[in-house]
Design a protein around this ligand. Structure first.
Ligand SMILES: Cc1ncc(COP(=O)(O)O)c(C=O)c1O
Length: 391
């Protein structure tokens, strides 16, 4: 593997001294390292941050999506609509838990799904719609929720890449029935590499999530003379719509929860800085007919990722020049899910998603971690300008 001067996968952001002191302090002093006060505090803080009622910390967004799929209680024939242009774990948990996936196409300009594309996929069997806010851009949630309500479908917002982003003055994650967040190493806020949240909008879901998340553990409801008998705690398989839900262990450790509460205080600032950088980067490039960016200078985009579409079939030529002449490792995202042998092997290889194909075949994702310095970002911008001028 080549040693790139600017690798694509840089850790998201650097920690402040206060955050490092918080972590080391807890390593020395915390009474418990899981299921404690920091988890409860984070859940309260996160709900306050979003403006919602029910938030639960989990070990990553994929775990949150697993639970989201369980909460849908799919029955035979149920369908879930998922854009084929997304990270794989927006999709496969729904397949595992019994739904048939129907691939939706995306809007070519924004890279995310919209109500018009979703409407083409709706049927009487549609039980849920998954909406990934990719790259940090918020999809048209007002129209999407309207469409879902009219068709009695649940909405699952995949906010893994878009924490803090607002649509119609409301934070993402507050529109759908269920929302998932990721604090993975490369997200705009990261809790030591892994972490996430699941957010729900109703008590019915909120009641079962603690058990679903933690092996079915709960308190005994009856009065007990001896607290240790018949066991310290009860075990219950959570029930929803008359169905047993299998429990999991998807907990997030106390240190990561405490760090998440601290990072929540500055994630908006990280978003502002990334957006400012992205706009400067985009506006600083000439020959925008070759590279087209989705330029959104508002809270609707946090520029978790900085992507462009390359016209004239020159994408791979540009990636090659950046990698081999400048040591800049760009990426292409996201391989249309129906092209993977995995999805083909389960009968999901067919789709009519021309925008998904075109977007993937022409897109370029530029290294854009918050931890990169201004001079590294400027080096990337200047290199892209030189390459674009020479192809
Ligand atoms: C859109 C999307 N959904 C879900 C995930 C899964 O997140 P995690 O790594 O926290 O499981 C990712 C991770 O990159 C993602 O980009």
């Amino acid at each position: 593997m080549a040693d790139y001067r600017i690798p694509f996968s840089n850790r998201s952001h650097l920690y402040t001294d206060a955050e490092i002191d918080l972590v080391t302090g807890l390593m020395r002093n915390a009474k418990s390292l899981t299921q404690g006060v920091h988890q409860q505090t984070l859940e309260t803080n996160f709900s306050e941050y979003l403006g919602t009622n029910y938030s639960f910390a989990v070990c990553n967004a994929t775990a949150a999506l697993e639970m989201a799929a369980q909460l849908c209680c799919f029955e035979d024939g149920h369908e879930v609509i998922v854009p084929a242009h997304t990270f794989t774990s927006s999709a496969y948990p729904f397949l595992k838990h019994g739904a048939k996936i129907v691939w939706a196409d995306i809007n070519l300009e924004t890279g995310v799904v919209d109500a018009a594309e979703l409407e083409k996929c709706i049927s009487r069997q549609t039980k849920a719609i998954v909406v990934p806010h990719l790259y940090g851009y918020g999809a048209d949630m007002v129209e999407i929720v309207e469409l879902a309500k009219a068709n009695k479908a649940l909405v699952i917002e995949d906010v893994a890449q878009a924490i803090g982003v607002k649509v119609a003055e409301r934070k993402l994650g507050t529109f759908g029935d269920i929302a998932v967040f990721s604090f993975h190493d490369q997200k705009n806020m990261t809790t030591l590499g892994e972490g996430g949240m699941i957010v729900v909008n109703n008590e019915r879901f909120a009641d079962v999530i603690p058990m679903l998340r933690h092996n079915g553990h709960c308190n005994y409801e009856m009065e007990r003379e001896d607290y240790w008998l018949p066991a310290m705690g009860d075990l219950a398989v959570p029930m929803l719509e008359g169905t047993h839900l299998w429990p999991n262990n998807f907990c997030l450790g106390e240190i990561q929860c405490a760090l998440a509460s601290e990072l929540l205080k500055r994630v908006d600032q990280i978003n502002v800085e990334k957006r400012k950088r992205a706009i400067k980067f985009i506006d600083g490039l000439r020959n925008q007919s070759l590279l087209q960016f989705h330029r959104v200078n508002s809270e609707r985009h946090n520029y978790h990722l900085l992507v462009a579409q390359v016209s004239g079939g020159r994408r791979d030529q540009i990636i090659r020049a950046l990698a081999y002449n400048y040591g800049i490792q760009c990426a292409v995202q996201y391989y249309p899910l129906y092209r993977y042998p995995f999805y083909q092997s389960v009968g999901l290889g067919d789709a009519f998603c021309p925008n998904t194909d075109l977007f993937f075949d022409s897109m370029l994702s530029i290294p854009f971690a918050h931890s990169l310095t201004d001079s590294q970002i400027e080096f990337v911008r200047a290199a892209i300008q030189e390459v674009v001028d020479s192809v």
